[in-house]
Design a protein. Structure first.
Length: 204
């Protein structure tokens, strides 16, 4: 009798241990969110919270976008985002300094011979629209902040990323440059889903 109870107790604590370990594993994985009653994102919650932003962040972080959205005065080049050669800098208007104006080299379209990339109004994104090095939470906040993003509400942001020529260039970058990996129509769908859920931002 006593032995039976001991066996039961041992069985119960073993089961409890399994639950605890499973809980630890689960909470070690996905990002914590304060709004969740569980303290971490379950798949069901992920569907309607800031995780909708994750695939968008992946596109924004692509070198084709990030090279023009630095948080300093130097455009970047290439897959490794090295500083622009010839010491090209932002200048007062994002178009470069004196004889190093963006448009002296960059034209309205990619140059097939010189491989200089091009699109209409080629210039550096303003400092307030710099994203390099931001985590998803800060990137999402910066993107949506109308004081920093050129006064765009969420609908205008979606529209910009659907139609803007500099954005679209990211899918036809010319030369040996890799286009943004997510197809553009899929990206626009991700943006619309995010907007429809009231454009939630992740906590980290
Ligand atoms: C050649 C440089 C260049 C490239 C490449 C570029 N951008 Fe931009 N981006 C700009 C400039 C300049 C502005 C500001 C334009 C304005 O306010 O009218 C801007 C503004 C934006 C904005 C609105 C501002 C904000 O902070 O929300 C978004 C969104 C954006 N770009 C997304 C992208 C994405 C996505 C890509 C890549 C697919 C990309 N950009 C590639 C130069 C660039
Ligand atoms: C003296 C000519 C010249 C000037 C001036 C110039 N660029 Fe460039 N830029 C180039 C060349 C050439 C490349 C291609 C380099 C390569 O592919 O290795 C390039 C590449 C880039 C890229 C990289 C695209 C990518 O994703 O790899 C960006 C971004 C860029 N330039 C932005 C600018 C901006 C913004 C300005 C003005 C502030 C500017 N450039 C001024 C010649 C110039």
């Amino acid at each position: 009798m006593a032995q039976g109870r001991m066996r039961l107790t041992a069985g119960l604590s073993a089961a409890f241990a399994v639950v605890t370990v499973a809980g630890m594993l689960e909470s070690a994985g996905p990002a914590r969110i304060s709004g969740s009653p569980f303290g971490y994102v379950t798949p069901a919650l992920a569907a309607d919270n800031g995780d909708l932003f994750a695939p968008i962040a992946e596109v924004l972080r692509h070198p084709r976008c990030m090279n023009c959205h630095p948080r300093d005065d130097r455009p970047r080049q290439g897959e490794d985002r090295h500083p622009h050669q010839q010491n090209v800098v932002r200048g007062d208007d994002g178009l470069g300094f004196t004889n190093m104006r963006c448009t002296s080299c960059h034209r309205e379209e990619n140059n097939a011979y010189s491989a200089v990339p091009g699109a209409p109004t080629w210039h550096l994104a303003p400092l307030s629209m710099g994203w390099q090095g931001l985590n998803n939470a800060d990137l999402c906040a910066a993107l949506k902040d109308e004081k920093r993003n050129g006064g765009r509400n969420v609908a205008a942001l979606v529209e910009h990323m659907d139609k803007d020529k500099l954005v679209l260039w990211g899918w036809e970058p010319g030369g040996k440059r890799a286009p943004v990996s997510t197809p553009h129509d899929q990206f626009v769908k991700q943006l619309k889903d995010w907007a429809a859920a009231d454009a939630p931002c992740p906590k980290s």
